[in-house]
Every structure is written in C-alpha cells, then in structure tokens.
Design a binder for this molecule. Structure first.
Ligand code: 1BN
Ligand code: ZN
Length: 396
C-alpha cells in the first residue's frame, strides 16, 4: 500500500489546496477570528510574525539542546530587545488581572461584547490527574513499537477505552527499512453543528526495537491527554466545529529518521484524507507531542502555521498559562508535516527541552516520574480554549 498520494493525486491536491497553502505561507488566517480583544490591546499574543522574520540564531536557554537536536535548529523567539519584552510583559502582568476582573463583572453586559470577551470560568477544563492515569496505563504496557507485545496491548486498550465513541481504526501496511508492518491509526469523531473539523492528534508508538524505552512523555503523554479529551467530549453537546481526535501509529523512525523512515501513520492518514476530501474541511490541526514534562516549555514551532500558533498563545494567555508557551522557536519534523504540506493550518505543541540538555529524550530516562498532572492539565485546557476561540470565527 502506498504511503503517499500518487503524482496525479498530488497535482489534484495542489490545485485544491493551493489557496490555503498560499494563505498559510503568507501567514494569513483564512478563518478570521473575532480578534476584538487583540485590536483593543487586550493582553494577548505577543507580536510574532514581524519577530519571526528577523529571527536570529541563538544557543537556546535549554542547556546544550543544540548538540542533541540534529533536526531541530534552535532559534530565539524574537529579535526584540529583551528589555522591551520584559517591560511589555510586566505591563501585561500588571494590567491583565484588571482586565479580567472587569470582564467577569460585566457578564450581564455580554450581549454587547464580542463572544471572545467572555472569559472561561475558573474550573480546569481538563483533568490532568486523569490524563496522567491514562498515561500510566499506557506506559505499563512497556515499549510500544510496532510488532512488540506492548504495541498490541496499547491497541487493545485504545479500542476498549474508545469503543463507545464512534471509533475508526485506520489500519495499513507500512513499508519500512525493517520490512512491512501492519500499523493502525485510531480516530474518534465528535460531531459538531458547524461545518468543518478541528483535529487534535498525538502518537502512541515508541522507538522501534528499543526494549529499554517506554516513552512516558514521548508517545505516552499525548496518548493519555487525548484519552482525557475524549472523556471530556464524550456526550457533550458540541455547537462548534466537529472535533476529531487521532492517535497516530508509527511516528518514530524504524532505523534512521528521514522523510521516508518516520511519520508513517500521519503520512498515511494525510494521503487518505486528501483523497476523500477531508483535508479541505479541516480548519485546524493541533498536534500534541511530549507535553507531560513537569518542567513544561512548549516551543513555537516554525513549521507550524503562525496564525494558528497565535490563537494557541491567545488561548494560553486567557487562561494565565502563557509563560509555558513559546519562549523559543525551532523547527521540528513531526506528525503535523504531512498535513501542513496539504495546506492544512497546523500547530505542533511540543516541548523539546526534556531534562538537562534534553537528556531524557529518546532515552530510558523518559519515565513517569518526569511528568506532572499540572502540565497535562495546562496543555489540555489550552487546547480546549483554542478550540473555543476557533469556533468564534465569522464563518458559519
Ligand atoms: C518527536 C518525538 N519526534 C520524535 N519523537 C520528532 C522529532 C524528530 C523531534 C527530530 C525532534 C527532532
Ligand atoms: Zn520520539
């Protein structure tokens, strides 16, 4: 089975997606949000695009990550003078509570306000404890690379956890340098009333052949948080875009990371969605990877769509979690790339600063003790808030 669309398909896709791809390249939001708060100077996202244009190379704050990151070139988040940023952030910090209090006190006047002004209540939108429990269940299966006993166990676990949720298993044969393997992506769809789809995805596999690697953060955390999101969404009325949750198989390379040896599940599903007309319905694709580190630092990922990352940052700011987001910028090759190439707006929420000098990444040290429920709760809540903001588009 081919893992990529054929050349003919790619030409068709090119036509079909070229407008979106152009908008994505130019960093324009084809689904404009009601950004009244931004325009009014509400403390939301820091300016990003102008800064990104003048990004300078800088050894990252994170200790020696550069040496461990062959594909991840570390960039500073901004060329703005640090004092300017610090001053700006200080003003934001001082003013934000006043703005928030004001909005809360004026709930009754909300008819005159943009929807985006209604602040979420203080309840955590997502339970980090429950997400961590799911992660523990998954890690207990041991290594989860294709063909391993743990892989079969996690597949069965996902099927049983998601069986009440319109689960689709997308099974395919992947040709890898170590032979052909049967892989399965799992997809759960929560229908909404608005036409269009928001996808939230992660991967559940671990490093191929590595019996000493259980991937608590890398593969485990996203699997656990997605299960918690499924639990949240289950039976909930959804007046917005449909929400699809995806657990990808085969994200990791089998031998050596390359375009052909990596991202097996996402490449397969992107090809399938391109052929069946799904990709043009996707308003946003949010990828979660390595999001459980107790020391949470999510990157601004430069293969992602800038306007969508801005919405994520806006969501994080509204929840008071912006300090965990986007202190540095780097490109990462991950499961969002096959979708990005088709013009789908994507954001990879990844923390590529795992342990001193990224020392726990792809090592036996990637274990449960490094994770925290708070990190899972922050990321889960920000994802839900991002979805809420995306639902406020002016398009029907
Ligand atoms: C993420 C988790 N990735 C692999 N496991 C993708 C990646 C590849 C991240 C290269 C950084 C560098
Ligand atoms: Zn990995």
């Amino acid at each position: 089975m081919g893992l990529r669309p054929t050349q003919g398909d790619e030409n068709k896709l090119q036509d079909c997606h070229s407008e979106r791809a152009r908008l994505a390249r130019e960093s324009k939001n084809p689904y404009p949000l009601n950004l009244t708060l931004l325009q009014k100077g509400f403390p939301v996202a820091l300016p990003t695009t102008p800064c990104r244009r003048s990004m300078i190379f800088e050894r990252a704050k994170s200790k020696g990550a550069l040496a461990c990151a062959p594909r991840a070139i570390l960039l500073s988040s901004s060329a703005m003078p640090r004092t300017t940023i610090t001053l700006g952030l200080a003003i934001i910090t001082v003013l934000a509570p006043a703005f928030c209090a004001c909005s809360r006190n004026n709930v009754n006047a909300s008819a005159a306000q943009p929807l985006s002004a209604a602040l979420p209540d203080s309840r955590p939108l997502v339970s980090g404890e429950r997400a961590l429990q799911y992660t523990k269940d998954v890690v207990a299966f041991g290594p989860r690379y294709v063909g391993s006993p743990g892989h079969a166990k996690v597949e069965a676990y996902l099927r049983s956890q998601l069986k009440g949720d319109n689960l689709m298993a997308d099974t395919f044969i992947a040709a890898t340098p170590a032979g052909s393997f049967r892989m399965t992506n799992f997809i759960v769809r929560f229908p909404g009333t608005k036409p269009g789809i928001i996808v939230v995805a992660g991967h559940y596999d671990t490093l191929y052949g590595r019996k000493d690697f259980v991937g608590a953060n890398d593969g485990g955390s996203s699997t656990g948080l997605l299960l918690e999101l499924a639990r949240q969404l289950h039976g909930q009325k959804n007046d917005g875009f449909s929400i699809w949750l995806v657990w990808f198989d085969g994200e990791e390379a089998v031998r050596q990371w390359s375009a052909a040896d990596s991202l097996y599940g996402s490449r397969h599903l992107a090809g399938k969605w391109a052929n069946d007309g799904t990709t043009i319905k996707i308003k946003a694709f949010l990828l979660l990877d390595m999001i459980g580190d107790a020391n949470l630092n999510l990157e601004r990922e430069s293969n992602s769509t800038p306007w969508l990352e801005d919405v994520v940052y806006q969501a994080a700011t509204r929840l008071g979690h912006q300090s965990y987001f986007f202190a540095r910028t780097l490109p990462v090759e991950d499961d969002h790339l096959p979708l990005a190439r088709l013009g789908v707006p994507v954001a990879d929420l990844i923390d590529y600063d795992y342990g001193p000098g990224n020392a726990y990444w792809h090592t036996p040290q990637d274990t449960l003790d490094k994770l925290s429920p708070k990190s899972l709760e922050i990321v889960g809540s920000v994802v839900m808030e991002t979805i809420r903001l995306l639902n406020q588009t002016s398009q029907k």
